[in-house]
Design a protein around this ligand. Structure first.
Ligand code: GLC
Length: 591
């Protein structure tokens, strides 16, 4: 483990600040609350925390629309609270990475306010501004003679309809990949780069350990403004996707999503930017880290000159986490990572975040949800690579479906609801059901700390920013689970401890075994010092397994490290039985 960096062996935990812990009793999470929970996180076994944006924001996109990059949102506290939090986290040997949103700012950011004020202000070129596209036959000029104003092209925002919004002060449109309150910065302008790198340095100087980089794929657009050729707009495509049932419709829907946005992301230039940012990080001590919100391994550059990690999203982008899917995913990812120079490639596995349905709900089957949640936790904690957990998954928090449009805080959800009701005539009841499913509010509800009113997130009777999922009363809360030795929370703790005590589980190679097994996944993690066998039985049957033909095991016995079934410790022969849904982890006893 000599050359291994802290971010390779660390387990990361994503905190969604608004929903984590309300320290001042106003119904919204804050730094006081997070700081009070650091002991919890440390005893759980977390090595690093990723904070979703904590900056001032009008919250059209829940903090991802930043109006000041060098400050703390007043509802979360002050700079002093932040510094205290950072100090306390570091004191407990926990690293902190922040969310850096590069593609866009809030439309309330001072940069944008200035930029939109005229065509010739000092920041006039800080955002992506374009004139009206003139209908056929009209020459270039100030205003179209026909009086018809047409956006520069048919690009859509992935959140709320057209990607272009008109500003009368400039008689021009600005571009936004996300909501209209999130104007895209013009990264071709060196002043923009400078300003954003300065913002990064501001936090690095304070001692943060790195950044999760938001939506990097969307930084540049096709310079030719090539229109998309999908015969629908965003709302229609969403609706089409919801109603798509047949394999043909499903294929078409996937094609349309790709076609609609392919000219708006993944464009040239972004690797140079990532190299610049990496060079800045490397000026600092302490192996600071960059994690890209992208699954493209190209963002790791040569392995030394761009990002340290990108998420393995393909692992979680599946209807069912089957052994076949996982093996295929690992084969593809690990071979690409190994191809990077000087063994610099390192994976990063996650099964959920603030944008996705919760693991417990998404991969449950309603019959064996608890068992499956345990298997999935074991998966992400035993595969090769750095695991990222999302707050609440350790107690089995589930999606919570809102029932009234007035409760919806995720603006992409309320926009969709109103659009399909008013423009497509969808019945409000159905529209609400669809909205509840598509909005990200369902997986952002307040953390459930106890079975007190409001789940101990806020004092009783305070109205929380999003409703608390009432299932906190049924044992889905930290306090109850801490007291119960067989809870999911104690299972996570135990597993995290086993991971931490094993060099092979943290840093070893991944060697798949039994490559065609349908019902279970099994692999070795092997480092110089240690070989560990992992078996995840995804089936509801007990299975007889035989490892006598595995070269690394042969006739050696296995020394149990962890089992989710009732097993006595000690040694087992390389042929043994696993219980339904068992997670089995053992050391190959070479001696
Ligand atoms: C990322 C964030 C998401 C946000 C979007 C725009 O995908 O994870 O929550 O809405 O970027 O910033």
């Amino acid at each position: 483990m000599t050359n291994i960096k802290w971010w390779q062996t660390a387990v990361f935990y994503q905190i969604y600040p608004r929903s984590f812990a309300d320290g001042n009793g106003d119904g919204i999470g804050d730094f006081k609350g997070i700081t009070e929970k650091l002991d919890y996180l440390s005893s759980l076994g977390m090595d690093a925390l990723w904070l979703s944006p904590h900056f001032p924001s009008p919250n059209w996109d829940c903090g991802y629309d930043i109006s000041d990059y060098c400050n703390v949102a007043p509802e979360y506290g002050t700079m002093q609270d932040f510094n205290h939090f950072l100090f306390e986290a570091h004191k407990r040997d926990m690293r902190i990475i922040l969310d850096l949103v590069l593609n866009h700012t809030s439309d309330e950011h001072a940069w944008f306010k200035e930029s939109k004020s005229s065509r010739d202000n000092p920041k006039a070129d800080w955002y992506v501004w374009l004139d009206s596209h003139l209908p056929e036959g009209e020459g270039s000029g100030e205003a179209p003679r026909s009086g018809v104003r047409v956006p520069p092209n048919n690009w859509q925002s992935c959140f709320d309809g057209e990607a272009w919004t008109y500003v009368p002060e400039r008689d021009q449109y600005y571009y936004h990949y996300f909501m209209k309150q999130q104007p895209d910065l013009n990264w071709h302008n060196p002043e923009v780069k400078q300003a954003m790198w300065d913002a990064g340095r501001f936090w690095l100087d304070l001692g943060v350990d790195g950044f999760r980089l938001d939506a990097i794929g969307t930084i540049y657009e096709d310079p030719h403004l090539t229109p998309h050729n999908v015969p629908m707009n965003l709302a229609e495509l969403r609706r089409f996707s919801e109603l798509a049932k047949t394999p043909k419709e499903i294929k078409l829907k996937e094609k349309y999503w790709h076609e609609m946005f392919k000219n708006q992301w993944g464009q040239a230039g972004v690797h140079e930017l990532m190299k610049e940012l990496r060079a800045i990080l490397d000026e600092y001590d302490g192996d600071r880290v960059l994690v890209g919100e992208d699954d493209n391994i190209d963002f790791m550059g040569s392995g030394r000159d761009e990002l340290h990690l990108v998420f393995n999203f393909p692992l979680m982008q599946t209807e069912g986490l089957t052994p076949d899917h996982i093996r295929k995913n690992q084969k593809e990812r690990l071979s690409k990572l190994e191809a990077l120079s000087a063994g610099q490639g390192w994976g990063c596995n996650t099964l959920g975040n603030h944008d996705s349905s919760r693991v417990y709900t998404r991969y449950g089957n309603k019959l064996h949800d608890t068992e499956l949640a345990r298997l999935h936790a074991a998966l992400v904690l035993t595969l090769k690579g750095t695991p990222f957990l999302y707050n609440g998954e350790e107690i089995g928090m589930t999606d919570y479906m809102l029932t009234d449009i007035s409760q919806v805080k995720d603006t992409m959800g309320s926009w969709y609801y109103h659009t399909i009701v008013t423009e497509m005539g969808v019945h409000p009841e159905e529209a609400m059901l669809r909205t509840a499913e598509m909005t990200r509010d369902k997986n952002r509800t307040p953390m459930q700390w106890s079975n007190n009113l409001n789940a101990g997130f806020s004092p009783a009777h305070v109205s929380t920013w999003l409703p608390v999922n009432p299932n906190y009363k049924n044992g889905i809360n930290v306090l109850d689970q801490e007291k119960n030795p067989s809870s999911l929370l104690n299972y996570y703790k135990h597993l995290l401890h086993v991971r931490k005590s094993s060099v092979a589980l943290q840093a070893g190679e991944y060697i798949p075994l039994h490559p065609s097994a349908k019902e279970y996944l099994t692999f070795l993690r092997q480092s110089g010092e240690q070989t560990v066998l992992v078996v995840l039985n995804f089936s509801e049957h007990a299975l007889e397994l035989d490892f006598t033909r595995a070269r690394e095991i042969k006739r050696h016995n296995l020394r149990l490290l962890f089992s989710s079934a009732e097993r006595r410790g000690g040694e087992l022969p390389p042929q043994f039985k696993v219980a339904p849904f068992e997670v089995f982890i053992a050391k190959v006893a070479h001696a």
